[in-house]
Ligand binder design. Structure first.
Ligand code: 5AD
Ligand code: SF4
Length: 471
């Protein structure tokens, strides 16, 4: 064992027996002195909602006097903020837990697991990885300080995966946002749909809306603190119903003075209304981008997925955008190899790709998830066939994305400066309103204003980015 760390110091000061040792949950006020702060590190996987949960968890710990470590190796408390949407995401968590077990054998650290895998597996996580000190569910985020205190005091297998009805009313001022050009704002948590492949209704619960006034006031505060771009988040963002419709919310938020671009994700086609399409197309502050997951181009598969729409209905809803569609970046999600997907079903998906001409898409091989209804369907497609389908779809999407990007060569567009790099000196990364990545050549040593909108002249295009210079 290494030298006594701050955690051991605290345990020693508390003495072996605390209220928690006797199974009583208590709050323990641990004295802090300068230079004696515990350091934490949070590793987050998954969607933007999880990213933002990570920012909330950071804020809670900082409020408790913790400081942020730059790496997990440097931290006394490591939080794994997990995703469980597909098996691959879960593997990543278990592999990191394996690495941390070795770390914990050498030094004194606390390990907590939060996020969707924590909600899904609950106490079973302790069986699989006994070195975990505490498990915190997605609907109990504010309980983090209590769980940490209990674990610090030596209580074993601390867990709270309860459903706190006010979880979505998390105080916005507590979140410690990472320094990014765009601020994330959760407006609705949970999902009331029941797609047969999806773990989210289990891990995130039923829909809970924040009141629209709270959202507007949070955005106002963010703009006052310097943000010019905000992304509204929800597993099913456009079913928002916190005192007004989602379309009305977009209008109200867009009235915040100083806000330049407003984004949102993720939308369900069945909650995509004419009213919403009109706001997207006409409100200049709503960034010209729409992510509308379709999942499959086959009605048979959509029915088995319980997506609640047919391909024709999906296309009809896209049609609500009218001519405004041409000025929008459009993206989607696909699942290939869903149980029973025939060659003909897959060809229907390929045809849909041609019909819609998405600017970009995310595609995944179906991953069976515990407790979901699709587990009852016979998964009889050979893995090689699934891989081949995914590759075909992705290859065609890459070609379409390049065509979409080439349209911009020779034009001047607005893009928000995000970061230097990513790889070569003299380049900066920026994003257009329709969510295209811009590699901006500025020349060595030039510093661009972080988070500001700049005019860029597009000089070349690949499938995944635009090459540009400052106009
Ligand atoms: N298997 C594969 N992909 C999935 N997604 C959700 N659940 C699964 C699953 N079980 C995909 C969907 C969704 C995106 C966020 O992840 O395409 O839109
Ligand atoms: Fe992953 Fe879904 Fe949870 Fe986000 S809500 S972290 S995508 S499982």
């Amino acid at each position: 064992m290494s030298e006594r760390g701050p955690l051991q110091e605290r345990k020693a000061r508390l003495g072996a027996r605390s209220a928690c040792d006797r199974g009583v949950v208590g709050f323990i006020d641990i004295p802090r002195s300068e230079g004696d702060t515990m350091k934490f590190h949070i590793q987050t996987w998954g969607c933007q909602m999880n990213d933002h949960d990570g920012e909330r968890l950071s804020g809670l710990l900082i409020k408790e006097g913790f400081t942020q470590a730059t790496t997990a190796e440097d931290a006394d408390l490591v939080l794994l903020n997990t995703c469980s949407i597909r098996e691959k995401a879960v593997h990543k968590v278990y592999s990191e837990l394996g690495r941390l077990r070795e770390d914990k054998n050498k030094r004194d650290i606390l390990i907590g697991v939060t996020g969707c895998l924590a909600q899904q597996e609950q106490a079973a996580l302790f069986k699989r990885a006994p070195h975990i000190d505490f498990v915190l569910g997605t609907m109990a985020i504010k309980q983090l300080p209590r769980l940490v205190e209990e674990a610090k005091a030596g209580k074993k297998r601390v867990i709270d995966t309860g459903e706190y009805p006010d979880n979505h009313l998390f105080p916005p001022e507590v979140a410690r946002r990472r320094s990014t050009a765009k601020a994330l704002v959760t407006i609705i948590e949970g999902c009331n749909h029941a797609c047969t492949y999806c773990i989210v209704p289990t891990t995130r619960g039923v829909e809970r809306n924040r009141p629209w006034q709270d959202i507007v006031s949070e955005v106002r505060g963010l703009v006052e603190s310097g943000y010019r771009e905000v992304e509204l988040l929800g597993q099913n963002v456009n079913s928002f119903n916190g005192g007004c419709s989602f379309a009305e919310l977009l209008e109200r938020v867009s009235e915040v003075e100083g806000l330049e671009w407003l984004r949102f994700t993720t939308s369900h086609p069945m909650n995509f209304t004419k009213e919403l399409a009109k706001v997207i197309v006409t409100n200049p502050k709503v960034a010209p981008f729409l992510h509308l997951p379709v999942q499959s181009g086959s009605n048979t598969v959509l029915r088995r997925m319980l997506r609640e729409y047919t391909v024709e209905e999906y296309l009809e809803r896209l049609g609500y955008l009218g001519e405004g569609r041409a000025g929008l970046g459009l993206s989607t999600d696909f699942i290939v190899g869903f149980p029973g997907e025939s060659n003909e079903d897959f060809e229907a998906t390929m045809r849909l790709l041609e019909t819609v001409q998405y600017d970009s898409s995310f595609s995944f091989i179906y991953s069976p998830r515990p407790g979901t209804a699709a587990l009852r369907l016979k998964d009889d497609i050979p893995p090689a066939v699934k891989t081949e389908r995914l590759q075909r779809l992705q290859k065609r999407q890459t070609e379409l994305a390049k065509v979409s990007n080439l349209r911009f060569v020779g034009s001047t567009v607005k893009a928000r400066v995000e970061s230097p790099g990513p790889t070569e000196a003299g380049y900066w990364m920026a994003r257009t309103g329709d969510w295209k990545v811009v590699h901006l050549h500025v020349g060595s040593g030039r510093v661009l204003p972080f988070g500001e909108l700049v005019d860029v002249s597009v000089t070349m295009a690949g499938p995944h980015f635009l090459g540009a210079e400052i106009a």
